[in-house]
Design a protein around this ligand. Structure first.
Ligand code: HAM
Length: 508
C-alpha cells in the first residue's frame, strides 16, 4: 500500500455494518413507547419479563429451529468459543490418538467437563473399542461403521464448543425454563422478552441482520384452546392500543406428529406430479420439506399450489377438535381472523396452531408477528414433556408501519433553557437546573456564559418552551424572568412561584 493510500485508509470513516443501523432520537421515543405499551399489556395478562443472553450454544438453535431450516443452515452468525480450547482433530486424526488428547483437554477445562460431555466421551471410548475389535477381526464394514459413529459423536462435542448469536428467542426461553426448573412453578409460566436478534439475510426494507423482537411465550399447563386464543387476543390488544392500522390475523393448524407426516407424504406425492412446472426452489423442497412449497410467492406457481390438498382435511380428530376450539375461543373474544391453509411458518418446532399478523405500509416484508404452538420442543431439548405456545413481534417492522401511518412522535424540545450571565447567576442557575429537573422538567443549562441574544437563539433551536433569564439584576432582586418563547411574553417570579407556575402550565 502506498503511503497516501495508507493515510487514506487510516482516515477512513467507519460505517455501521450492512444490515445493522443506529436508532436515533426522536425515533427512539417511538421505540420506547412501543416497548412500554407491550410491557403494560403483557403485564395485565400475567406475563413477567425474562432477559436472556444474546449468544448460546449453536446446537441449541440447530436442535430447536431445525438444522435444515434457512435460519440455521444459512443465516446464523456462528463462531468458535475461545474459552474452551479443544485440540484440533486435524491434521493427524486417528480416533486412537485423539481420544486421550481430548480426555486431557476435558480435565484441563472445567467449563467443558460437563456431565453431557463426559457422557459423550464415554460413548467415544465405546466406539473406539468397537473400532479396534473390528480392526483385529479385519471386519472392514464394522470398522467403517464404528468410525462413522465416533465422528458423529465427536462432531456433537465440537459443535457444543461453537456459539451463535441468537436468531430468535424461543429456544433460549425453553433452555432457561429447563435450566431453572420452572416446571416446579405454578403452570403455565408466562414470559416475555425484548431485544436484538441476528440473521444474515439479504437486507431490504423491513429486513435487517440485527433486528428487534418483542417475544412472548406460555410454557407448561395444558393445550386448552383458550391458551392460544388468549395469547392472540393479547397481541391484537397490543396492536390496537398502539393505534396500528390495517392489522390482519391469519391462522392455521399444521397438525401434530400423529397426523402431519401422513399429510406431508400426500402433499409430496401430489407435488411430484407437477414437479416439472415448479421452479428450482420448490422442486428441491418437494424432497426436503414439502410444506415450505406452500409458502412460495412465485406468481407462476400459485395456481398449481392452490390445487394442493389442504391440511385441515387431514388433521387427526384431536388436532381438528383443538383447531375448532381455538377458532371458537377467538370468536368468543371478538378477535377477527382469516384462515390460511398455506401458513406453515419457517421454523421446525411448530405443531397445531400457527399464526401470522400482517400490517399495512410494509411492502413484501409485511409480517409483523409470527407464532404458534410448539408442544414437542421442550422434550427435544432434554426437558420434561411441556406444552407451549408463543409469538414474536418484529419491532423494526412495527415501527416502520407506525411511521408510514404518520404516527411518529413530534420531537420533544426542552421545557426550560436557562440563559445566565455572571458568576453569581451561574451558581443560582446550577441550583435551579437541579431543582427543576428533580421536579420532572427537561432543562438545558449552557456550560459557558453566552450573551442573552445568543442564548435565546439557542433556546429556540432546541425547541425550548421557556427561557429562564438569570443575570445580575435577577440575582440581586430574587425575581427571575421567565420568557415564553412562542409568544415572547415575559413575567417575573420568585423561585418557589416559578416552580408553581411551571407545574400549572407545563404538564410534566
Ligand atoms: P419468525 O416468524 O421467524 O418467528 O419471526 C417473527 C417476526 O420477527 C417476523 O414476523 C418479523 O416481523 C420479524 N423478523 C424476522 N426476521 C427479521 C429480519 N431479518 N428483519 C426484521 N424483522 C424480522 C420467530 O422468531 C419465532 N421465535 C416466534 C415464536 C415465538 N414462535 C413461538 N414463540
Amino acid at each position: 500500500m502506498s503511503e497516501g493510500a495508507a493515510k487514506k485508509e487510516e482516515r477512513r470513516k467507519f460505517q455501521a455494518i450492512k444490515g445493522t443501523r443506529d436508532l436515533l432520537p426522536p425515533e427512539t421515543a417511538l421505540w420506547n413507547r412501543v416497548e412500554r405499551i407491550a410491557q403494560e399489556v403483557f403485564t395485565s395478562y400475567g406475563f413477567g419479563e425474562i432477559r436472556l443472553p444474546i449468544f448460546e450454544q449453536t446446537d441449541l438453535f440447530a436442535r430447536s429451529i431445525g438444522a435444515e431450516t434457512d435460519v440455521v443452515s444459512k443465516e446464523m452468525y456462528t463462531f468458535e468459543d475461545k474459552v474452551t480450547e479443544l485440540p484440533s482433530p486435524r491434521p493427524f486424526f486417528t480416533p486412537r490418538g485423539y481420544t486421550p488428547a481430548l480426555e486431557e483437554a476435558f480435565q484441563a477445562n472445567p467449563g467443558f467437563n460437563t456431565p453431557e460431555n463426559r457422557r459423550r466421551l464415554a460413548l467415544l471410548k465405546d466406539h473406539l473399542s468397537t473400532l479396534e475389535q473390528a480392526e483385529v477381526r479385519r471386519d472392514a464394514k464394522a470398522s467403517s461403521a464404528a468410525y462413522d459413529h465416533y465422528v458423529a459423536v465427536l462432531e456433537t462435542i465440537l459443535q457444543g464448543d461453537r456459539v451463535s448469536l441468537r436468531p430468535e428467542a424461543t429456544a433460549s426461553v425453553c433452555r432457561a425454563y429447563i435450566e431453572h426448573n420452572m416446571q416446579q412453578l405454578p403452570q403455565p409460566v408466562k414470559l416475555y422478552t425484548i431485544g436484538p436478534m441476528f440473521r444474515r439475510e439479504r437486507p431490504q426494507k423491513g429486513r435487517y441482520r440485527q433486528f428487534y423482537q418483542i417475544d412472548a411465550e406460555v410454557l407448561g399447563g395444558s393445550d386448552a384452546p383458550g391458551i392460544d386464543a388468549e395469547l392472540i387476543e393479547m397481541v391484537m390488544t397490543f396492536f390496537k392500543r398502539l393505534g396500528s392500522e390495517g392489522v390482519e390475523l391469519d391462522i392455521n393448524s399444521i397438525g401434530d406428529k400423529q397426523c402431519r407426516p401422513k399429510y406431508v407424504e400426500l402433499l409430496r406425492a401430489e407435488l411430484r406430479k407437477v414437479k416439472d412446472k415448479l421452479g428450482p426452489d420448490s422442486q428441491r423442497r418437494i424432497e426436503t420439506n414439502p410444506l415450505r412449497v406452500l409458502d412460495s410467492k412465485l406468481e407462476n406457481e400459485q395456481k398449481l399450489i392452490g390445487g394442493m390438498p389442504h391440511i385441515a382435511d387431514h388433521l387427526c380428530e384431536e388436532c381438528a377438535e383443538n383447531y375448532r376450539g381455538v377458532k371458537k375461543e377467538l370468536e368468543l373474544r371478538g378477535v377477527k381472523y382469516r384462515e390460511n391453509w398455506r401458513l406453515v411458518r419457517g421454523l421446525d418446532y411448530y405443531s397445531r396452531t400457527t399464526f401470522e399478523i400482517t400490517a399495512k405500509g410494509l411492502g413484501s416484508q409485511n409480517a409483523v408477528c409470527g407464532g404458534g404452538r410448539y408442544d414437542g420442543l421442550m422434550e427435544l431439548l432434554g426437558g420434561p414433556p411441556t406444552r407451549a405456545t408463543g409469538f414474536a413481534i418484529g419491532e423494526d417492522r412495527l415501527i416502520l408501519s407506525l411511521q408510514e401511518a404518520g404516527k411518529r412522535p413530534a420531537a420533544k424540545g426542552r421545557d426550560v433553557y436557562i440563559a445566565w450571565m455572571g458568576e453569581k447567576a451561574y451558581t443560582k442557575a446550577v441550583q435551579a437546573a437541579k431543582n427543576l429537573r428533580a421536579a420532572g422538567f427537561s432543562v438545558e443549562l449552557p456550560p459557558v456564559e453566552q450573551k442573552f441574544g445568543k442564548a435565546l437563539g439557542q433556546a429556540d433551536k432546541l425547541g425550548a418552551r421557556y427561557a429562564l433569564i438569570l443575570g445580575d439584576n435577577e440575582v440581586a432582586s430574587g425575581e427571575w424572568t421567565l420568557k415564553t418563547l412562542a409568544t415572547g411574553e415575559q413575567a417575573k417570579f420568585t423561585e418557589p412561584t416559578l416552580l408553581d407556575f411551571l407545574q400549572e402550565n407545563n404538564a410534566v
